[in-house]
Design a binder for this molecule. Structure first.
Ligand code: PMP
Length: 363
């Protein structure tokens, strides 16, 4: 064994050594429909104004630690209830790890519970924080299996329950009343994280119910709204809980450029909202066009992507890639997803390139 191999064996945890890094394919030259990004830019005049703002940002200084101006805009414009504040993360990915770090314990292993399949970072963050992960299979129609969820909550008393609302990768919204039953069942033993990453498209939210359910916290991101590149997620929760999570947050985690860009974008939220509405209209159209193809099944989606079942997902993915279209092949992720690919809803032009390439790949 080389010195470095020995060093790694002596120092890095076995489960980390066995993992692979989160894989993001190089997308240059591709139509990128694999990561739920908003394909639209801000209008040119706004981009120019943003450029001016960014030029004035003092990059030699650490960020102002309180993020007050940005938080104030988020709270005022994004429906955070009066008296509630937000914790900011470098993407909601960072918030997920902050939550796990805050709840992982030294005396015994704490548990993270989530429906399965769901967003992969729930499990990964639990694992890296040294927590157990319990995935409760969804039903065949991707609804929550309520008896199984309630039994698992009773049995494992999870410190954290993640519910993506709508769910990724299935795209559906869980029944509101079932989410409430899960919050009630977790009670004072568990924090239920309602992950509303796709809220700009679902246009339904638990945010205004924060005062009603003290063990519920609501997490969102600006990523899907058109700002994936700046990496900004936010979490709202009862102030006493937020105070605990904030202790685990790395200092200065939101950089000055992200803050300035997010403040600017939130001053023009109407533009981003109109883009989301256009994507929703495109989603309906794309779903209809896909459903008309022989052998293709499209699942209902409240997000900016569609889950689609085809006969040969590997061949379809490869042929689309050869046609310079990137989508996500989920067929090996979970048995409920056999045959499934996931495609981001994009501009009318990109959607039709995808649709035509898909048609060609089926023949
Ligand atoms: N939650 C869900 C359900 C997601 O699908 C994603 C992105 N794929 C995230 C959180 C993470 O988003 P971000 O880190 O960009 O804020």
């Amino acid at each position: 064994m080389s010195f470095l191999d020995q060093l790694i064996a002596n120092t890095i945890r076995a489960d980390v050594r066995a993992e692979k890094s989160y894989m993001v394919p190089d997308a240059s030259g591709y139509i990128k429909l694999d990561a739920m990004e908003n394909p639209y830019l801000l209008p040119d005049a706004l981009r120019a104004e943003l450029g001016q703002r960014l030029a004035d940002v003092l990059i030699n200084r650490y960020p102002v630690a309180s993020y007050a101006a940005l938080k104030q805009r988020i709270c005022a414009r994004l429906g955070v209830p009066a008296g509630y504040d937000v914790l900011l993360g470098n993407g909601s990915d960072e918030i997920i790890s902050i939550l796990a770090m805050a709840c992982a314990r030294q005396d015994r292993r704490a548990t993270v519970l989530a429906p399965d399949p769901s967003f992969v970072m729930f499990k990964r963050s639990a694992q890296f924080a040294g927590m157990d992960f319990v995935g409760v299979p969804l039903r065949d129609d991707f609804a929550l299996d309520m008896p199984a969820m309630l039994a698992a909550i009773e049995q494992h008393r999870p410190a954290l329950v993640f519910l993506a609302y709508p769910n990724n990768p299935t795209g559906n919204l869980f029944a509101e009343s079932e989410v409430v039953r899960i919050i009630d069942a977790a009670g004072e033993h568990g924090i239920v994280v309602v992950d509303e990453a796709y809220q700009p498209f679902a246009r339904t939210s638990f945010m205004d119910r924060l005062p009603q359910y003290p063990n519920m916290v609501v997490m969102r991101t600006l990523s899907k709204l058109g700002l994936a590149g700046i990496r900004l997620g936010y979490l709202s929760a009862a102030p006493a809980l937020l105070e605990q999570f904030d202790k685990v947050r790395p200092p200065y985690n939101i950089n000055v450029l992200t803050q300035a860009a997010a403040e600017f974008a939130l001053d023009h939220l109407d533009v981003l909202d109109r883009q989301a509405a256009a994507l929703n209209a495109e989603r309906a159209k794309l779903a209809t066009d896909l459903a008309a193809l022989p052998g293709v099944e499209v699942f209902p989606s409240a997000a900016n992507f569609l889950l689609v079942r085809v006969a040969d997902p590997d061949a379809v993915t490869a042929k689309l890639r050869a046609g310079r279209v990137l989508i996500k092949n989920l067929s090996k992720m979970h048995k409920l997803l056999s045959g499934c690919i996931r495609v981001t809803v994009s501009t009318p032009e990109e959607n039709s390139v995808f649709l035509n390439a898909l048609k060609a790949s089926l023949s």
